[in-house]
Design a protein around this ligand. Structure first.
Ligand code: NAD
Length: 487
């Protein structure tokens, strides 16, 4: 039996929610696949064209507002999101399977991001540069790019759209936003906060549908001047090629295979707790999730034993229920990817220490639940230690010393985040210096991003620009150098 819902979202174009157009896409609750959380549109490239035209028409008036005026709109959006926090967080938990406390935390982060960027409208946007001509004034200022295409994944359906849309808008751009279909109902509710805040017509537009159709139509549209994307590496590379071919600016934030190094002098309790939190919260579906744990030989057995005990105690269940610590995989496709990788690990000869199965008894039968899984004695070149799994699976790898641990940690195409657990200052400094990752953390889990700091990866994790904090300005603006001399 399928429990239906009456939550149906059209697209949002030129300041209005559009009537539904034909076939809609159902969004399924991964904790209970019989529940449809809501519906969004399976849009065509014609709809993208309408949205881009609306954003283009709004661009000039929007950029002419002062930063403070644009900021006031963002403060209003933040207030609406805060008022609707409980409803949006519950939708997020039902649609994507992130536990309710984590969903509330993510939505609250969305509010904080909006307020941070609202304040940006009042901050400095350039430098005065001494000219060689003593009678001249030379300075740099920032101008918006125009229409920005925002393409987002399903794993943070509130925070990622907001950390792209808020800076795009505050720096004077207009937006066409395409969420991941798997979490598009949550994204539509976020979009509705912008509507309720009364942004001028066309400044932000929302189109739902298949990535290959409408995502591609956004990236390839001549009037879209820049594209910001977070998602998988394969999709990101395609978007980069299409955008580069027509000279559009682009930014790609992609996968990770994030290592944690546990040195022999580490606080093991701290290291175990942080590994569990980094690896299994959000069911391992964070780009910064811990997936390789590289442990010094001297403490390997002790670390492994504590990790095993604590992981066994994890409460798995429906994301909206009290006391549940880990929800399901977000979709059937994601669950199957995780199960396939577990099989790959077994076939490669890694030893399965814990988990490895889909949960199918009782209420679990209706959802996409998988056990937290630990492989031990993993060889660094195995596929499960090289490829992003995006599920609750960790690989334990032995290291002789720090230099060996760093060699293993860097032996991967990705470079998003990494942690070390040590009480030795020299080891901390060596790690900070030698680890090739955009986010390096000492005595803290690999997953953890602060909105006021730059965020992004090295190597195949990114197109090497940065999001969030002041760094966002680099992507969403163009520098104009001004030279002024009295006549
Ligand atoms: P995905 O690449 O499948 O989809 C991301 C978005 O791209 C979706 O909106 C999708 O519809 C769209 N899309 C798909 N094909 C397209 C095309 N040809 N042209 C334009 N758009 C297209 O990724 P996902 O499964 O939604 O997300 C999981 C991935 O995201 C993981 O790899 C994860 O590591 C990554 N991620 C990275 C970060 C980061 O900041 N580095 C953060 C979160 C997630």
């Amino acid at each position: 039996m399928t429990v239906k819902t009456d939550v149906v979202y059209g697209n949002y174009i030129a300041g209005k929610w559009q009537e539904e157009q034909g076939e809609a896409i159902a969004s399924i609750n991964p904790s209970d696949m019989h529940e449809v959380v809501g519906y969004v549109q399976n849009s065509s490239s014609d709809t993208v064209n309408q949205a881009v035209r609306a954003a283009d028409a709004a661009a000039r008036a929007w950029r002419k507002l002062s930063g403070a005026e644009r900021g006031n709109y963002l403060y209003r959006v933040a207030n609406v999101l805060e008022e609707r926090l409980d409803d949006i967080a519950e939708t997020l938990a039902r649609e994507m399977g992130k536990t309710l406390p984590e969903s509330k935390g993510e939505t609250a982060r969305g509010v904080a991001i909006l307020r941070y960027y609202a304040g940006e409208g009042m901050r400095s946007e350039g430098d005065v540069i001494p000219s060689t001509d003593a009678d001249a004034l030379m300075f740099s200022t920032r101008t918006p790019l125009g229409v920005v295409g925002v393409i987002t994944p399903w794993n943070f359906p509130v925070a990622i759209p907001v950390w792209k849309i808020a800076p795009a808008l505050i720096y004077g751009n207009t937006v066409v936003f395409k969420p991941a279909t798997e979490a598009a109902v949550t994204a539509a509710k976020v979009m509705d906060c912008f509507d309720a805040a009364g942004l001028p017509t066309g400044v932000i537009n929302f189109v739902a549908g298949a990535g290959r159709v409408i995502g591609n139509a956004i990236v390839d549209h001549e009037a879209v001047h820049a594209v910001t994307f977070t998602g998988s590496e394969g999709t990101g590379r395609t978007i980069g090629r299409v955008a580069a071919a027509r000279g559009a600016k682009y930014q790609l934030e992609m996968g990770g295979k994030n290592p944690v190094i546990v040195a022999e002098d580490a606080d093991l309790e701290l290291a175990v707790d942080a590994t569990i939190s980094g690896a299994f919260r959000s069911t391992g579906q964070k780009c910064t999730a811990t997936s390789r744990v590289i442990v010094a030989e001297a403490v390997y057995e002790a670390f492994q034993q504590r990790l095993l005990q604590k992981t066994e105690a994890i409460q798995i269940g429906n994301a909206v229920e009290d006391g549940v610590w880990m929800g399901p995989s977000a979709s059937e496709a994601q669950l199957n990817t995780v199960l396939d990788y577990i099989q790959v690990g077994k076939d490669e000869g890694a030893r399965l220490l814990l988990g490895g199965n889909r949960l199918t008894e009782g209420a679990y039968a209706s959802g996409y639940f998988v056990e937290p899984t630990i492989f031990t004695d993993v060889q660094p070149e195995m596929r499960i230690a090289q490829e992003e799994i995006f599920g609750p699976v960790i690989t334990l790898i032995r290291a002789k010393d720090l230099s060996h641990a760093l060699e293993v940690a860097n032996n991967n195409r990705y470079g998003l985040s990494a942690s070390i657990f040590t009480t030795n200052i020299q080891k901390m400094l060596t790690f900070i210096d030698d680890m090739d990752a955009g986010l390096v953390r000492v005595n803290a889990e690999s997953a953890g991003v602060e909105l006021q700091a730059p965020f992004g990866g090295m190597k195949a994790s990114s197109s090497h620009s940065r999001e969030q904090g002041q760094a966002a300005k680099e992507f969403y603006t163009s520098i104009k150098t001004v030279f002024v001399k009295g006549s």
